[in-house]
Unconditional design. Sequence first.
Lengths: 315, 249
Amino acid sequence: MMNRIAPFALLALAVALYFALPYNLAFLTRILIMAVLVLSLDLVLGFAGIATLGQAAFYGAGAYAAGLFAIHAWADPIAGLVVAGVAGAVLAFISGLIVLRAHGLTLIMLTIAVAAICHEIANKARDVTGGADGLRGIRMEPVLGLFEFDFVGQTGFWYALAVLAAVFTFLTLLTRAPFGLSLRGIHESPERMAAIGTSVYWRRVAAYTLGGAIAGVAGALSAQVTQLVSLESFSFTLSAEALIMLILGGTGRLYGAVLGTLVFMFVHHWAAANDPFNWLFVIGALVLAVVFFLPRGLVAVPTALKRLGGQNAGS
Amino acid sequence: MQGLEVRGLSKKFGGLTVSENIDFDLKPGDRKALIGPNGAGKSTFSNLVTGILPPSSGTIRFDGVDIGKLNEAQRVKRGIAKTFQITTLFRDLTVRENLRLPILERQGRGFAMFRRADGNGETEAEVAALIDAFALEPLADKRVADLAYGQQRLVELALTLALKPRVLILDEPAAGVPSSETHLIVQAIEALPPDLAVLIIEHDMDLVFRVAAQIVVLVQGRILTEGTPQEIAANAQVRDLYLGGHGHD
C-alpha cells in the first residue's frame, strides 16, 4: 500500500514546497538532484547489496561529462543527461569489473579509491576541468527548446523534478522485473543465487553500471542547473552523505531514498542556519535515533506506530 | 555413460587431504546415500561435484562430458543442483517469490528489466504447480523467514526442483528439522520424479534406510564400502566405524 501511495505523496509534497518556498528554489532543486543520486545508491546498495562509499565517482563523472559536452559540443540539456548517463555507466562498468571481485571492507575501500582517483584526475587535468577552480562557462539551451533556465530557478526545479520522477518510475519498473527480483535474491543470499544458476558477479556488475548511469544523470542535473562543476562532485563527503540519507530513509524501497534525502537536507539546512559550527551534532543525533529506534529507516514509521498503537490497545 | 561419473577425485587443503581418490557413479533413477562420520568429507564431495570447490585432481563427467572446468552456475544449467545443509533461502521474499526466482533463471528470463517478474504465464504456471506439489498454498504469500524450519526445508527442496535438475544432491535434508516434521521431508523425497538421480548426504539413518537403494560409506575422505542398505547394515566394518556396533533393524 505504502509503495503505491508514497511516490504520489512525495510528488505532491514537492509541488507544495515549490509554492510554499518560492525563494528557496535553488535549495529545493538541490534536494531533487540529491534524491536522484540517493536513488542510484538504493539500486546498488539497497537492492543489489553492494556496499559502496564511492557513488560520487559516477556523479562527478556525469557532472564533468555534461559540463564539457555543453561547453564544447551541444548545450541541449536532455542530450547532456544522456551523455552524463553514459559517462557514469562506462566508469561504473570498468571500475565495477575490478571492485566487484572484492567483498566487505575491501570492496568499500576500493569504491572510495575509485572516487579518490577520479578526484585527483580532475584536479590534475586543470586545462580540461578547471582544476580546483571548477568547470565554468556552462551555458545551457532551453529545456526541450522551450524553457529557459531562469535566475529564480523555476525551470531548474521543474526540470529536476521531471528527471527525478522519470528515474523513480524507471527504477520502480526495474525492481519489479525479474532483474530486480534477482538483485533482491543476490542481496539476501549470493550463495543461493549461484546455486540456481545465476552469474552473481555479472548481475552485480549490471546493477552497479545502472547505478553509475543514474548517478551520472544526477551529476549532469547539478552541472546544468548550477552551471558549475567543482571537485566536490567527487568528494567522499558527497558519497557518505548520500549513504546517510539512504539509511535515514530506508533501503530497498525507493521512496525511502527520496524521504531520507528530504529529511536530511531540511535538517541540515535548518541546523546549519541556526548554528553554522555545530550543525553536525544535530545530523549525528538524528542518524543515531533512526538507527536505534527505526533500523529499517523512516519508511518504517507507519509500521512502528501501528505496533505501538497495538501495544497500547493491548495494555 | 548417462548421469554422473566421478573418477579419482581428490581434494587437498594444504597438507590436509579431505577427499582421496573417489570413484563414484550416479545414473538416472538412482537413489544413493552418502554416509560417514563427521569430517568424513561428505559435504566436500558434494561441493566438488557441484563446482563450489575445485578438485585437486580427478575427473567429473556428466553425460560423458567433462564438467570439471565449469563453475557452479554452469553446472546448474547442465542439470546438477543441490540443497544446502543449512537452509539458504531468500528469507525476506515470499515462498512464491523464492520459487519464481529459479524458474526465471532456468527459463533465461532472469535479466529481463522491463516486464513484471510475476507477469509471465508460463513461469507462474510452474510456480503454481510446485506450490501444489508441496502443499505450500497456505504459505505461498508468507515471507520465508516467518515459516517453521521444517516448512523452510520443504521450500528449499521445492526451490531446487524448480531448476528441473537431472542430478539432485540433498545435503542433510532433515538437519535441524524437528522429528515431528521429518515425515514431510521423507514424503517429499519419496515423491521425487523417478528418473531423477538423487544423492542424499544424511546423518539420520532412519531417513537414509527409508529412501536410499544404495549406500556409499565415506571415511576420512575415502570410500570404505558401497552396497544396499541391508549389506551396509550387516557390514562389520561399518558397524564398528560408523554405527558404533549397532546395526539397523
